[in-house]
Design a binder for this molecule. Structure first.
Ligand code: PMP
Length: 407
């Protein structure tokens, strides 16, 4: 399909609504993307035509639900280019995916081991590792960034050693939009930290780039459906089969067992051993629908479009006295984080909201990063496939008003 942003917008019912009597300008896709009709239809269709539990029913609907659910796994596994479908574990989202890995790793880490993260982390990929280290006696090393929000590659490299047991890093920073050179970093890790396992937090990466876990050579990749045009409450953990096969179980209960006695239990094979309980069946099916919807576009077109939006924002911001862009790494996508004079980001967000413009303000679940950058928080506009240049311009019209009101 050729890239026609107005035609794309028509597929998102919510984008034609008004808020506070103004047409909605939705610039908060890094928090969650809006959902196209195809995804909404997939959810409704499941509940109206097929609702049933999976893997356990001796009846038609359960069979059909199971087929659709497992076909969704194939789609999502294919989306990240997994070598094996059972490497794709359904979770409630990135946070749960990272927790499965960090809680399992906490059982293996020992004093003397080192876990490396970056200063860019979302709390989901920081607190998890900090707690795993506190529980195990391993030490947490934090790779620093430059003032522009780019990772300091030399400092990252210097942290890697034979003691490095784990490296966790974001593909794209949610607060600043910095794109990490993940593939290059993993090559360094493989060379300098041979025993390390590597997790890539793909929450912000999936909607802005193609993902190939085999080419990346990571061990785990975590992502959420809702940042990828899919529903909330569902996501995935991809893990290398040889690693996941022996991973400590996460939740125990139905579905994940092989045999059970009153005294003991044995665990089933992948993927079910890490998927206890009834999954978010409709969510998984709708996640696959979102991916299929997204895959109709050429990623080069998507990236070009988002780069145009960002370039316009940067150009308008550069002319805007009193506005300071926070995070201008050479490689960044989707996120325009800023502070406006002495105005508190929350006030800026409030004034924009009254004009129908939705942004996010605050620490973006990255308190240590805000501290590192010397700001209490930022206002963050984030762009997606359905945003227009006109909306970027409206943001700056709104900001003029905010500046006047806050003067
Ligand atoms: N990591 C990053 C980089 C994120 O942006 C987010 C969501 N803001 C998360 C992790 C957590 O994702 P979720 O809330 O969907 O679990």
């Amino acid at each position: 399909m050729s890239f026609d942003v107005l035609a794309i917008r028509e597929q998102f019912p919510i984008l034609s609504r008004e808020v506070h009597g103004k047409p909605l300008v939705y610039l908060d896709s890094a928090a969650t993307t809006q959902k196209p009709q195809a995804v909404i239809d997939a959810l409704v269709d499941f509940y109206t035509q097929c609702n049933s539990n999976v893997h356990r029913g001796a009846h038609f609907l359960s069979d059909e639900a199971t087929r659709r659910f497992e076909a969704a796994r194939d789609t999502v596994a294919g989306f990240v280019n997994a070598a094996h479908r059972e490497e794709l574990i359904w979770t409630s989202g990135t946070t749960e995916s990272i927790n499965i890995v960090a809680k399992g790793m906490a059982q293996r880490l020992q004093p003397g081991d080192e876990v490396v993260v970056t200063e860019l982390e979302h709390h989901a990929n920081l607190v998890t590792w900090q707690q795993a280290c506190l529980a195990s006696g391993a030490s947490l090393k934090v790779a620093p960034i430059e003032d522009n929000g780019a990772l300091n590659l030399a400092a990252f490299e210097a942290l890697l050693s034979a003691n490095t047991a784990f490296v966790a890093m974001p593909q794209v920073s949610n607060a600043l939009g910095t794109v990490n050179p993940v593939q290059q970093l993993i090559m360094l890790i493989r060379r300098l930290a041979p025993k390390a396992l590597v997790l890539v937090d793909g929450a912000q990466g999936v909607a802005h780039s193609t993902v190939d876990v085999q080419a990346l050579d990571c061990d785990f990749y975590a992502f959420s459906a809702h940042k990828l045009f899919g529903p909330t409450g569902v996501g995935a953990l991809w893990g290398r089969r040889s690693v996941l096969e022996n991973w400590p179980v996460w939740l125990t209960g139905g579905e994940m067992i092989a045999t059970v006695t009153y005294q003991n239990a044995t665990w089933g094979p992948l993927p079910s051993r890490l998927e206890a309980g009834t999954p978010n069946i409709a969510g998984a099916i709708a996640m696959a629908a979102a991916i299929k919807w997204f895959q109709q576009f050429n990623m080069v077109d998507v990236q070009r479009h988002e780069a145009e939006l960002m370039a316009r924002a940067v150009a308008l911001g550069n002319e805007f006295e009193g506005l300071r862009l926070v995070g201008n790494a050479p490689d960044k996508v989707g996120v325009y984080s800023f502070v406006l004079g002495a105005g508190h980001p929350a006030d800026v967000g409030f004034i924009l909201d009254r004009q129908g413009i939705a942004i996010r303000t605050g620490d973006h679940c990255a308190q240590p990063l805000m501290k590192r950058l010397g700001v209490p928080g930022t206002a963050r506009a984030s762009f997606s496939i359905y945003n227009t240049l006109d909306e970027v311009e409206q943001l700056f019209v709104g900001l003029r008003k905010a500046q006047e009101m806050l003067a």
